[in-house]
Each structure stands twice: as C-alpha cells, then as structure tokens.
Design a protein around this ligand. Structure first.
Ligand SMILES: [Zn+2]
Ligand SMILES: [Zn+2]
Length: 310
C-alpha cells in the first residue's frame, strides 16, 4: 500500500510555541498583484481577456496546483513519466503562489502541525477571516522549536525544480510578455494580475474553510485539526474541497470518494491513465488498514476502483 510521504521530522519540535512574523517578499508580491488587479481590471476589461483569465486559472490550478503540486509532488498519489510531472509542476508554478519547494514546505509544515495534539492558531486557521487572511497572505510562522524539513533528493536535486524554485515569479513576466504581444494590455491585466490575485486569494479561502469545523466522514485521532468537506465546491476547487477525505486518506489520488462528491482532478487523472500518461492511481486504503482513523462521523460507501491497489 502507498504510504503517506513525510519530509518532516517533528521529534524535537513544538507546533504551538512561536509567533507570526511579517514575510516581506510574500507580502509585497501578493499586495502588488492585488493592487495592480483592482486598479486596472475595470479599465482593461474585454471578453477575450476575461476568457483567458478563466481558462488559465482553471488549467493552472487544476492540472498544476492540484494534480502536479498536491497529488503528485506532495503526496505521490500516482506515478507518471518525469516529463509529465515536470510539466504539471510548471503549470503549478504559473499559479503565481510559490515555487515547488516553497509549496512543499507550506503544505507539509501546516499538515504536520495540524496532526499534532495541539497547534498554533496560525496552522489551525482558528482566528477570524480577516486576521487569517493577513497571516496567510502576508506572514509566516517563526517556531521556537521548528520541525526538521528535508526534501527528498528526487525533487531537491532535480535541475528543473531547482530552476523553478529560483525563478518562479519571473514566469509571470514571461507570460505577461507573451500576452502583451498577442492581446495587448487587457490580456496582461486579466491573464496575469487578476489571475494571480484571484488564484492566491481563492486558494487561501478554500484552505481556511477546509481546515475549520464542517461536515466530514472521518476523524483522525489525536489531531488538533479535523479537516472538513465543503459540499457543492467540487467543480470550482477541482475536488480539493473534499478535504476531510484527504486528511483521512492522504495516499489517495481520489479526493471525492462518496456519492455525489465531484472530483474533476480525479476524472482528469483517469483520462491521463487511459492515455498512458499516469499509472498506479492511489485510492483509499482498505478498511482493515484504517486503525489510524476513528469511527466514521457518518457512513460513506466506497465505490471499487479499477485501479484499487492490493
Ligand atoms: Zn495534502
Ligand atoms: Zn489539509
């Protein structure tokens, strides 16, 4: 069975002690995109630019962030050729949130802290919406006793990922230049500024609500944070809204596992599998291997999958 992949050693670490500090680079980047977006979006609106914003947002967040960064790089829930992995991760970089190593660190540190018996409000998203927005989009957490975080060599030494990590903001410049040449300033404003501002903000909104109390089937014993499912948000979040399922089954490439839990990311993965571009798609581990989960909060029926691992 596929095991969850941990890059974190939290033996001497404390997930509560420490404080939130301003992170200048992140804050300036996010503020710049936000200000440029609201300043120029109304005067540079065109239907073509708007369509570009919608299409590129969906493709980069679905194929890039969800399938490339989250389901492949972070959790290794499926296998694919290196070229496919690198392409998907590049699409994830185009979201404009961070480089691949930055995304790994943000995800893993938060996930580790949430699975500790107690964690700071910063990781639990326990405070109000506005304070959490300021914390997550403009700050970072400085631990008194930080966990050790080591990226596995297959990623850390990959020249493409090192290049992505070193240059991730510049990819917006590259896109902006191409868009300017094709569609003029309207395309730059909607295809870069508005898209990055909306992408980064909506990612935080989903993260906030998915880690606050809400519906879900599964309980991870001893964890400070129980993630929630967000019914109705399957299409817009590419299936990432089934976050209670994801915390219970991080090994699964499929996040929407119950009836009616739409998971576009999973559907795309199945299509990639049929094309020979992905294989060994992870599914929730068998029922007799769920000793680490507490009684279901409500029952859910698992549909057997053609790719079910033994
Ligand atoms: Zn995850
Ligand atoms: Zn989570």
């Amino acid at each position: 069975m596929r095991k969850n992949v941990w890059r974190i050693d939290g033996r001497d670490a404390n997930a509560v002690k420490g404080h939130v500090v301003w992170a200048p680079a992140k804050s300036i980047w996010n503020t710049a995109m936000f200000v440029l977006a609201i300043t120029f979006a109304p005067s540079h609106f065109s239907w073509g630019a708007f369509a570009l914003f919608l299409a590129l947002s969906y493709v980069t967040l679905l194929l890039g962030h969800s399938l490339g960064m989250h389901r492949r790089l972070i959790h290794k829930t499926y296998d694919c050729p290196k070229s496919v992995e690198r392409f998907l991760v590049w699409l994830g970089v185009l979201v404009g949130m961070a480089g691949p190593f930055g995304i790994l660190r943000i995800h893993d540190v938060r996930d580790w802290a949430q699975r500790e018996p107690q964690c700071h409000d910063f990781f639990a998203h326990r405070r109000g919406l506005w304070l959490d927005a300021f914390w997550q989009l403009h700050c970072t957490f400085r631990f008194s006793s930080p966990p050790r975080f080591v990226i596995e060599p297959q990623f850390a030494q990959d020249p493409w990922y090192r290049f992505m990590e070193a240059t991730w903001p510049l990819h917006q410049l590259m896109l902006g230049t191409i868009f300017y040449l094709i569609g003029g300033l309207d395309w730059v404003v909607w295809g870069v500024f508005v898209r990055v501002a909306v992408g980064v903000t909506s990612h935080w909104v989903v993260t906030y609500f998915a880690h606050n109390p809400g519906p879900g089937h599964w309980t991870v014993p001893g964890a400070a944070v129980q993630a929630s499912n967000l019914p109705g948000w399957g299409f817009l979040t590419h299936g990432e809204c089934w976050h209670n399922n994801h915390h219970a089954f991080p090994e699964s490439a499929r996040m929407g596992i119950g009836p009616g839990e739409l998971d576009p990311g999973w559907l795309i993965l199945r299509a990639l599998e049929k094309m020979g571009l992905a294989k060994n798609l992870g599914v929730p581990r068998a029922e007799d291997m769920r000793d680490d989960l507490e009684g279901a909060r409500s029952t859910v029926t698992m549909r057997p999958s053609a790719t079910q691992a033994a």
